[in-house]
Design a protein around this ligand. Structure first.
Ligand code: HEC
Length: 120
């Protein structure tokens, strides 16, 4: 069991290392890059246009489209998901929390602007 965990950890580290350009922690690396963040953290489930409403991970998970939402409302929802106890509309709030934990509030604000302005 320990071996399995260890090799999973090593594989994970290799993945992170391969994806070299850091996109987080904009407190250090200003300015935030919402397009890169969206592609890395959101597009797999919400699609490049924000219109994807399901993905299969064992069982099929369904949710609402995120295009066309107003930026301020979107930013607040994302922060609520990030906290992890406030928002859980379909029972999958933990998936969202995981996607958002590495992001600062500044990055979340710029991500919300990006989604709202580019995904009509
Ligand atoms: C692993 C798949 C997955 C990833 C990655 C993901 N989401 Fe989600 N998203 C979901 C699911 C599932 C829900 C429904 C959560 C619930 O039960 O409340 C959701 C809900 C949302 C909602 C609320 C939609 C609504 O109006 O009900 C928004 C907004 C959202 N996601 C944006 C994002 C953004 C921005 C990112 C990237 C930082 C992201 N998501 C990453 C799966 C994902």
């Amino acid at each position: 069991m320990k071996k399995i965990i260890l090799s999973a950890l090593i594989a994970g580290t290799a993945l992170i290392a391969a994806d070299s350009a850091p996109i987080y922690k904009s407190g250090v690396l200003l300015p935030p890059n919402p397009e890169a963040i969206y592609k890395k953290e959101c597009a797999s489930c919400h699609g490049v246009d924000g219109k994807q409403t399901s993905f299969s991970g064992g069982s099929t998970v369904e949710y609402l489209p995120i295009n066309g939402l107003e930026a301020a409302k979107l930013a607040q929802e994302l922060k609520d998901y990030r906290i992890g106890t406030i928002l859980n509309k379909q029972g999958y709030g933990m998936l969202m929390k995981t996607a958002l934990t590495d992001l600062s509030y500044e990055e979340i604000d710029s991500l919300a602007e990006y989604i709202s302005n580019t995904m009509k």
